[in-house]
Design a binder for this molecule. Structure first.
Ligand code: BDR
Ligand code: CA
Length: 349
């Protein structure tokens, strides 16, 4: 077991808010595998699965990765103003596809996820990098408790929204924003003051360029010295991984389900790595090209609730509250992801 949470003096303190989830798990593994990151805390958010399952998945993943000492905090049971929807069709009945996680002897913190945000930001004023890759419920509640949170963070990276692009939950809305639109609206409002560093917001228009294929997954196994033959759309659904490496085996079992979901959606036998891109950008903002703009969330439209709207032409006359991602080189991302996670997995094997 490695004790994490402090990292080297050069490492960036990072706080992650997740609804673990296949791609959330990969984002967490990327952060754990990155020597330039010190993961100081994790907030569990209801979203892809219920919040208690998110806690179990997150604690199990840390166990699998041999990491101790990173506090995991339970979030609210559901969104601020609407009923919770979950996405077992996308991520599997327990949120991690066909993977079975080890149970963990660790438990969640006695304080909740909103308080965890505030504690982490106050412990690292001006240094903490926040990453939010689930519904924004916890972050909105943290902002109610500590309105100065935007000034305490070094930067914030959000995976959410879809900018001039179709939705993946409704015709126009992306999952994380769609599950808790009121929370997302509160977050964008909190960053509307002048003098604040706007959050980097990575929507589907960008993250759907990060398409993991069986070939790339095979390269990850090879980098971990845990070779396996490429998965194929012709395999029986649910075929389990034979990888020798325990982390690669779990990732392959999780991703098999995610590949099948994308295939059934007509997107090909691949998987969009939305959340890992956000993790990589949290550590290196130069990975993406962004454009400052003002973002608002539609809360009342009968067809458009949860839609993110960017005022590209400045018609609202309001200051920028977001740096919206508009360009990414997926090859650069995948080279870095495979190198870091491959080496990390190899050390576990
Ligand atoms: C987002 O929705 C979730 O299902 C994924 O984990 C990701 O955070 C993509 O819309
Ligand atoms: Ca997520």
């Amino acid at each position: 077991m490695t004790t994490q949470g402090s990292g080297s003096s050069a490492a960036i303190p990072v706080f992650a808010d997740v609804d673990t989830g296949v791609d959330d798990a990969m984002a967490l593994v990327y952060l754990l595998a990155s020597p330039d990151a010190a993961l100081v805390g994790i907030a569990a958010t209801a979203g892809n699965v219920g919040v208690d399952q998110v806690c179990r998945n997150t604690l199990g993943l840390l166990e699998l990765c041999g990491v101790r000492g990173i506090p995991v905090s339970r979030g609210a049971d559901g969104p601020i103003a609407s009923a919770l929807r979950t996405a077992e069709d996308t991520h599997g009945p327990e949120g991690l596809g066909y993977a079975r996680m080890p149970s963990s002897g660790s438990t969640v913190t006695t304080y909740d996820a909103a308080e965890a945000w505030v504690r982490a930001a106050r412990a690292h004023p001006g240094e903490l990098v926040g990453i939010a890759v689930g519904p924004l419920t916890n972050l909105a509640l943290a902002l109610r408790a500590e309105p100065a949170l935007p000034t305490l963070l070094r930067r914030l990276v959000i995976m959410g929204g879809a900018f001039d692009y179709r939705g993946n939950t409704t015709a126009v809305a992306e999952w994380n924003v769609s599950v808790d639109p009121e929370a997302a609206a509160e977050v964008f409002t909190a960053w509307s003051g002048s003098g604040l560093t706007p959050p980097t917001v990575l929507g589907l228009n960008l993250t759907e360029h990060i398409a993991l294929t069986p070939t790339l997954l095979t390269r990850l196994g090879a980098a971990a010295q845990s070779p396996s033959s490429p998965m194929s759309v012709l395999d029986d659904p649910g075929t389990r991984s034979a990888a020798a490496n325990p982390l690669i085996r779990v990732l392959e079992d999780a991703l098999r389900f995610y590949f099948e979901f994308h295939f059934y959606q007509g997107e090909g036998y691949l998987a969009h790595l939305h959340d890992p891109l956000a993790a990589a950008v949290a550590l290196d903002p130069d990975l993406v090209e962004c454009r400052p703009t003002t973002v608002a969330v539609e809360l009342t439209g009968t067809l458009t609730r949860g839609m993110t709207i960017a005022d590209w032409s400045g018609r609202w006359g309001r200051p920028s509250n977001a740096l919206v991602g508009i360009g990414v080189d997926a090859n650069v991302f995948f080279e870095r992801f495979i190198a870091r996670v491959g080496l990390f997995a190899r050390r576990l094997g």
